[in-house]
Design a protein around this ligand. Structure first.
Ligand SMILES: [Mg+2]
Length: 273
């Protein structure tokens, strides 16, 4: 699990990074570098992807999202443009909104007890926050298990604390709060990234969470499913009832002490076991 060994980034990021995140922090739809100077008309324009690739990659996305493929290390080369198009255009936003709608529909059926123990667990990366601006600069093919993934540059990005919110998740988060759920955040980021993570969550509009749970020293090397299950179990042992859980990886949702309902957000960028 590469995330468990992230180190502090020491090098100041390229100014391109900063200008991208500043310019696009209000919308994950606007992160394509090639669109940065374009008119709104061109902003949502889809790239020309050959019909065969489009069909193949749409099906590839389906089988990875459904976890039919299981662990995968990198986006097929013929699908890199497809994935770039997906995460930077309306499809990703629409899919995320649909997941948020389904989550909310379920949440409204939950009888919130009012004892402060009705919990909802969110993952952070590609769930509450989007790292698409990072991938826009570093290449969409550099998923976390691929040999081209650069932990140092990703740590520097995390340290910037400027990842934008996924708009659908921010909406869901606020609605859940209104409904009386106690929200805990359970992330594969490590304890030393607590302050940057907390700062980034504030920056993106998230507040009032019950817990922010990060990997501690004893979690080093644990598969995400084990680490996250153990931490959910701790919440349950404290009396929390985990009604819902939201994550972009199956390892956010599977294992033990699972939520009553789990909601898988789209992520064709990388797979974390
Ligand atoms: Mg995630």
């Amino acid at each position: 699990m590469k995330r468990s060994s992230w180190g502090f980034g020491q090098i100041v990021l390229l100014s391109l990074h900063v200008s991208l995140t500043t310019a696009f922090s209000d919308s994950i739809l606007q992160i394509l570098p090639e669109n940065s100077g374009s008119s709104p008309h061109h902003r949502h324009r889809h790239r020309k992807i050959p019909r065969d690739d489009n069909l193949y990659c749409d099906s590839w996305r389906f089988v990875v999202e459904a976890n039919d493929v299981g662990p995968w290390a990198r986006i097929p080369s013929r699908c890199v443009a497809f994935v770039q198009d997906y995460v930077t255009n309306d499809r990703y936003r629409a899919d995320s909104e649909a997941v948020a709608d389904a989550s909310l529909e379920f949440a409204k059926t939950v009888k919130v007890s009012g004892n402060g123990k009705d919990a909802w667990v969110f993952d952070i990366d590609e769930t509450l926050l989007s790292n698409v601006p990072y991938y826009a600069v570093h290449g969409f093919g550099c998923g976390h298990r691929s040999e081209t993934f650069d932990e140092n540059s990703f740590d520097e990005w995390v340290d910037l604390a400027e990842a934008p919110a996924l708009p659908a998740s921010l909406r869901l988060y606020k609605e859940l709060e209104q409904l009386g759920f106690k929200i805990s955040l359970l992330t594969g980021r490590t304890e030393f990234q607590r302050s940057a993570t907390s700062k980034n969550l504030d920056y993106a509009g998230y507040s009032n969470w019950e817990r922010l749970i990060l990997r501690g020293p004893s979690d080093h090397g644990k598969p995400a499913t084990v680490y996250k299950s153990e931490r959910r179990k701790e919440l349950e042992d404290e009396g929390y009832v985990i009604h819902g859980s939201s994550g972009d990886q199956w390892s956010d949702l599977n294992g033990f002490a699972v939520a009553e309902r789990s909601f898988k957000l789209p992520n064709p960028l990388y797979y974390i076991a």
